[in-house]
Design a protein around this ligand. Sequence first.
Ligand code: SF4
Ligand code: MG
Length: 335
Amino acid sequence: KEVFLKVDNLSKHFPMKKGVLSKQKAAVKAVDGVRFEIYKGETLGVVGESGCGKSTMARLLIKLYEATEGSIEMEGKRIESLNKQELKKFRRDIQMVFQDPYASLNPKWTIKRTLLEPLKVHGIGSRNERIRRVKEILNAVGLNESYAERYPHEFSGGQRQRIGIARALILNPKLIIADEPVSALDISVQAQVINILRELQQEYNLTYLFITHDLSVVEHIADRVIVMYLGRIVEVSTTEKLFEKPNHPYTEALISAVPEVNSEVKKERIILSGDVPDPANPPSGCAFHTRCPYSMEVCKTKRPELQSINEQQQVVCHLYDHNNIIGAMEEKKKK
Ligand code: SF4
Ligand code: MG
């Protein structure tokens, strides 16, 4: 498997004033020491409740935000060190699809103008070539060419999201970051948009980072999944394994809440106590310890590290420290 994007120790802290009288400055660690890889051609899902840092991470990846710490490498090159020329190419290679296509489309522009704009900005093709490309891309997302002359308000939510996808695709990107792309759509339309995304992935050799709070959506599109909680990764797994056996207590609770249509096994729904803590003031140790049904003493003080369970799964949880100890002892015996 070829690594397309490599994220190492990525953090984004937003400064915050702590009250008028206090000179003390605090920071919200929206993304806190995140590391992962995206392989070429895969769909990597990112899951977590709202406020867990998913969208901030997306904005770091497209360089809309500067990282406080850490590095991002695309195809082996650090994006912080790109020169002007390379940066321009980078801005073509990574495109975004947003949750609310209506808010991200200019209401005063025809679809044609919206789709032509990125081609103009990047100086791609002659006028005729650009128009041909617009038609081609509208067809690719299952929209009629004649729609090019219409305005966003003339379309349904699902059609507007297709337009959002067309705009992301028109520059022939390598990676598409989709931030809750189907969350605003009806269930039946969600399936259509997901199917379109899958078809386009095949046709154009795309890599996807698919951000959602909805695990049932991720189940249908992702090859692998990252689970985030309060700005940190808590679990990384292939989608199949994740649903078969989630390792992190947080993932376990999330999955227990996904309604199962075809399963005979009835899962016990795990209700987490309490709300998601204030990201400005996250709990010490394991940030999940205030809500975790398995919380131990060590969880309150010691921050767990990412560790491998097997080739497909990694977890950040002290419950697995013991396995490490046993593993180490067995290693010793062999020697
Ligand atoms: Fe729960 Fe402790 Fe694991 Fe955190 S480290 S998820 S509190 S068991
Ligand atoms: Mg978000």
